[in-house]
Design a protein around this ligand. Structure first.
Ligand SMILES: Nc1ncnc2c1ncn2[C@@H]1O[C@H](COP(=O)(O)OP(=O)(O)OP(=O)(O)O)[C@@H](O)[C@H]1O
Ligand SMILES: [Mg+2]
Length: 264
């Protein structure tokens, strides 16, 4: 049997608030096969971002992983050393963040920030790294890589910045990209183009994508597998066709109705 790329088991995350312990993730279990797009979908506050951050041990201070496993190709990321998880971040698993704060640093050029990833995760020399940055920017469909590399984040349009973030995510040649609402700030046409780019990169580079979204329409168009989250729990999981074709959980039906996907 093929090994799962990623398997979360009973992942439980809590936070202490006003003297009380609040559960943000409640025994989240989820399996992801290699070479596909798996969507994590749910309403605001359901725990999607928390799940993505917990996988890479990037939870903000105060949030505690109480129990669980995060098996990446069989290795439990919750048990590995700090050096090992740092090595995995940005290399085996890259994350595209929802929070603009986590995205590009405003004071450095785009090219420099992509080159930094190569400096950490590759053996390329400076000249090779600079060449690779241009290749990466070209690969994600940015028309003038040299100019983009020299630009600062605020000088790019939202769509271009998103492409540059994908180029940065691709710099470590990852097996898995966790993309947290990668298109929610873009208009519909740009959304479609960015999703098309993800699909092309996935096929070309044997990537898998964990797509975090609240948009079931996008799930229907993009994802092979889907897990539906509500209040910190996975309430339904399976092949997208099966889950959306025959939703078993009331919450999935409600989400579908809200996205205009159901005929009810
Ligand atoms: N740093 C924090 N301190 C306390 N509570 C937090 C913190 N971060 C997240 N939470 C809580 O955890 C829950 C899950 O939040 P999370 O950001 O994972 O949801 P989400 O599904 O990504 O929502 P959205 O669609 O709005 O991005 C929410 O109730 C949120 O208030
Ligand atoms: Mg979120």
């Amino acid at each position: 049997m093929a090994q799962d790329l990623l398997a979360l088991g009973d992942l439980t995350v809590t936070v202490r608030e006003a003297g009380k312990e609040k559960t943000l993730l409640d025994n989240v279990s989820l399996k992801m096969a290699a070479l596909g797009i798996t969507a994590l979908v749910g309403g605001s506050g359901s725990g999607k971002t928390t799940t993505g951050l917990a996988i890479l041990r990037l939870l903000p201070p105060g949030l505690i992983i109480r129990q669980g496993r995060v098996l990446f190709l069989g290795e439990d990321l919750l048990g590995v050393s700090t050096e090992r998880i740092r090595d995995i971040r940005g290399k085996d698993i890259a994350m595209i963040f929802q929070e603009p704060l986590h995205a590009f640093n405003p004071v450095f050029s785009i090219g420099y920030q992509i080159e930094e990833v190569l400096q950490v995760h590759s053996r390329l020399n400076l000249r090779q790294r600079r060449e690779r940055v241009l290749e990466l920017l070209d690969m994600v469909g940015l028309p003038d890589p040299k100019r983009t590399a020299g630009s600062y984040p605020h000088q790019l349009s939202g769509g271009m910045r998103q492409r540059a973030m994908i180029a940065q995510a691709m710099a470590g040649d990852p097996k898995l990209i966790i993309a947290d609402e990668p298109t929610s700030n873009l208009d519909v046409t740009l959304q479609a183009r960015i999703m098309e780019l993800f699909r092309r990169l996935k096929d070309k580079f044997n990537l898998s994508i964990l797509l975090i979204t609240h948009d079931l329409g996008m799930v229907a168009r993009m994802a092979d597998q889907v897990a539906v989250m509500k209040e910190g729990k996975v309430v339904e999981e399976g092949a997208t066709k099966q889950v959306l074709g025959n939703p078993r959980h009331e919450y999935t039906r409600a989400l579908m109705a809200a996205s205009g996907l159901s005929r009810e």
